[in-house]
Design a protein around this ligand. Structure first.
Ligand code: FAD
Length: 378
């Protein structure tokens, strides 16, 4: 067991804030150190889609944690609304995966099989005529689709703030500051060194997202997490609000409760560059317009860029790094960090409160990367 007051969490994104919240539920107070602002990085700008059935490692080694986290999300929205008053617009969404050429049809069939076979989810194949009557603004290039129901959408910025606010209600503290190093004694971290000041530390949670490698020299550990840039356009379409998410032809359209449609997303290895690019804006618009030609007239309200934390095997890192008793890593969630965050938070809280967890995270130990390898395979 840990001293209830000296857990320090580096990083105020979804991973760090979820850790603080679940630690709070376990009766353990923590301090979140954030170098910028809470949810100021990917956790505040993600598309906010929770799909536990598909993605890197799903089906596969990430499936159990994804589904467990998804189930936790369903009750978390109400719990956090009650505790904090923050409604982060968690809602079940309907999604239509589209083919704009024959090569995309096998993908549709795979989606149909996965959703049709999953309890609590629905799937239906649709031909071009059905699709155009469902949404007349779809373009003529759309030839086929699969309609699914059961995934969840939420506002990831408000969600992350709600986790932090919920944690604060349970005794957590949020402190501004950039961490520059750690003080160690044997296999324990004893202090967190900030640009200004230092904090004594009984247990350290490292939730630094794409910046996790910064901690490699602090811990003499190998933490292979690299930044994968993603950009999104927020546009104001004409006509009635879109009723479904649409994806296909390299584009995803996410209608939001405020009537905006988010058009995404890109995946680029560009180091820590977080500049939205004009060339990417054009590409995202071209792809979106191919699905829905009327979007060419939509007003652009915001263009965002942020960084996903990605590991070489595209699986997260959760657990103690080799040689350390009082350090837990919670990073590398890649394209699924909002979905996985309750699972991350609970696993971290369990490890700190009792030394073990029933959450399905045993495949994600930091020590699995024994040999420095290249960046995540591209
Ligand atoms: C375009 C895009 C769309 C996405 N869509 C989805 C989606 O639909 N669903 C989904 O589940 N996931 C999605 N993701 C992925 C998700 O956003 C990330 O996996 C998740 O936000 C990572 O959370 P994190 O807390 O690990 O990292 P971050 O959100 O990056 O937070 C890390 C925090 O640590 C702080 N920090 C780092 N170093 C220090 C230091 N030395 N001192 C103090 N503070 C420090 C940073 O300032 C930052 O706030 C998307 C990502 C992108 C880019």
């Amino acid at each position: 067991m840990t001293d209830a007051n000296d857990v320090v969490i580096i990083g105020g994104g979804a991973a760090g804030c979820a850790a603080a919240y679940y630690l709070g539920l376990a009766g353990i107070r923590s301090t979140i150190i954030e170098g910028d602002a809470l949810a100021s990085q990917a956790s505040g700008f993600a598309a906010g889609g929770l799909n536990p059935l598909q993605g890197s490692g799903i089906p596969g080694p990430l499936a159990a944690l994804a589904m467990e986290s998804f189930k936790m999300h369903r009750t978390l929205a109400e719990d956090l609304r009650e505790a904090t008053g923050i409604d982060y617009e968690s809602r079940v969404v309907t999604q239509v995966k589209l083919a704009v050429d024959e090569s995309e049809i096998p993908d549709l069939e795979e989606t149909f099989q996965i959703f049709a076979g999953a309890p609590g989810f629905e799937a239906r194949r649709m031909d071009a005529a059905e699709l155009h009557s469902l949404e007349p603004r779809l373009g003529p290039s759309v030839i086929s689709g699969v309609y699914t129901k059961g995934n969840v959408g939420l506002d990831s910025y408000k969600y992350t703030l709600a986790l932090a606010a919920g944690a604060e209600k349970l005794g957590a503290t949020v402190r501004s500051g950039i961490v520059r190093g750690l003080e160690r004694s044997g296999g324990r971290v004893t202090k967190v060194l900030l640009e200004e000041g230092e904090i004594p530390c009984g247990t350290l949670v490292l939730a630094m997202g794409p910046w996790s490698r910064m901690a490699e020299p602090w811990l003499d550990a190998y933490i292979p997490v690299d930044p994968l840039k993603g950009e999104i356009l927020r546009v104001e379409p004409s006509g009635p609000p879109l009723a479904h998410d649409f994806s296909g032809g390299g584009s995803s359209l996410y209608p939001k409760p405020d009537g905006l449609v988010w058009c995404g997303t890109t995946e680029e290895w560009r180091g820590f560059d977080r500049q939205p690019l004009e060339s990417t804006r054009q590409t995202l618009m071209e792809r979106a317009v191919r699905l829905m030609p009327s979007l060419a007239q939509a007003r652009l309200t915001l263009h965002t860029a942020c960084l996903r934390p990605v590991t070489p095997d595209w699986l997260p890192i959760i657990g103690k790094p080799p040689g350390y008793d009082n350090v837990v890593l919670a990073t590398g969630a890649g394209k699924k960090g909002i979905l996985l965050s309750p699972g991350f938070g609970k696993a971290v809280a369990d490890m700190i409160s009792s030394g073990e967890t029933q959450m399905p995270v045993s495949d994600f130990k930091p020590g699995r990367f024994s040999q420095p390898s290249d960046k995540a395979s591209r």
